[in-house]
Design a protein around this ligand. Structure first.
Ligand SMILES: [Zn+2]
Length: 343
């Protein structure tokens, strides 16, 4: 058994929002090149399938799915201030959502323990009825529904470490207690949501956990948050699988972000998630690509994630230690979130 699966398909290059857009096919090209040239551990190569209308319909309205379908074959359709389509964007978006489902089938059947899914377009900003922030369909939200509806799991943890808040994922599950959504993100920043007071509605109260952060947070800060907020909440929630919206735009050199995460920081965060997955849900862990626009940081970070997933990466020398600034920022957050979880 290969421990790790990697979703690999050059069709993810087919969505193109123009030569000057940061969410460019070159991102995926760089990751695929890195895998080809530097990954030497044995892994299962997974080929995506298209998500079906029914599967998209768990998260998106039929009217919106139709809007995206209608862009197929069109040169350029503008769906949002920073999101547009090319002739093959609709098909590519179907493969992004469906690719995650293929990975989950392999994980749930026990063929692999975990997987990395470098997909485009990203998904966590996509809302039920609209495209947003480079995202067409909400890949991770569809994947969470798939685990609950098709695989019969009872509880799914979604961890979103992208620099931007995953408004679409949060809204999908805002009133639900079967999906715990946990997000760290720069704040204030695009898209403006993700204040710590946003903790869910109705029976979903307490099942949305936001840790908004000022810029400049380090590997040590993030590891501290994962260990002291995410881990205890996750252990109390006790999920059946963990999905990750992995944005490499928290990297120090990213043009859209202001955080200071290094390649080894991504290794450390992945290691934390692996340990939660091992203790709570039989290793079931799927890490899906969201943002990340500095190609070097994107490929180095992805490589560190892969090395950890495969069990071949060393333990990074990073301590879970909050800077004084982080300590001050976390005070009101911890106070608020402690209403719901023993932190
Ligand atoms: Zn992002």
């Amino acid at each position: 058994m290969d421990q790790t699966g990697i979703l690999i398909d050059r069709r993810y290059l087919d969505h193109n929002m123009g030569a000057f857009h940061v969410e460019s096919p070159r991102r995926l090209e760089a990751i695929l090149e890195m895998i080809e040239q530097t990954i030497t551990f044995p892994y299962l190569s997974i080929t995506p399938r298209a998500a079906s209308d029914d599967e998209l319909g768990w998260v998106h309205t039929p009217e919106y799915v139709e809007v995206v379908r209608a862009t197929a074959g069109q040169d350029c359709v503008v769906l949002d201030s920073d999101t547009s389509t090319s002739p093959l964007s609709y098909q590519t978006a179907l493969l992004a959502a469906g690719g995650l489902l293929e990975c989950l089938d392999r994980i749930l059947s026990g063929q692999i323990r975990n997987a990395f899914a470098p997909v485009r377009p990203p998904g966590h900003h996509a809302e039920a009825h609209r495209a947003m922030g480079f995202c067409l369909f909400n890949n991770v939200a569809v994947a969470a529904e798939y685990l609950l509806r098709q695989h019969g799991l009872k509880k799914v943890l979604v961890v979103d470490w992208d620099i931007h808040h995953g408004n679409g994922t949060q809204n999908t599950f805002i009133a639900r207690d079967d999906v715990l959504y946990f997000s760290t993100h720069q704040f204030p920043h695009y898209p403006g949501t993700g204040h710590w007071i946003e903790t869910g509605m109705g029976k979903g109260e307490g099942f949305t956990l936001n840790v908004p952060l000022y810029r400049g947070k380090t590997d040590e800060d993030y590891l501290y948050i994962f260990r002291n907020i995410l881990a205890p909440a996750a252990r109390q929630f006790d999920p059946d699988a963990i999905l990750v919206s992995a944005g490499f735009d928290v990297a120090a050199s990213d043009p859209l972000g202001g955080m200071d995460i290094t390649a080894l920081g991504f290794a450390a965060l992945t290691r934390e998630l692996l340990s939660l997955a091992r203790d709570l849900c039989g290793d079931r862990l799927l890490i899906a690509l969201e943002g990340g626009y500095d190609l070097t940081a994107l490929t180095q970070g992805s490589r560190e994630v892969l090395l950890q997933l495969s069990g071949t990466g060393a333990e990074p020398d990073i301590r879970a230690e909050a800077s004084p600034q982080l300590g001050r920022e976390l005070k009101p957050v911890l106070q608020h979130l402690s209403q719901y979880w023993n932190l």
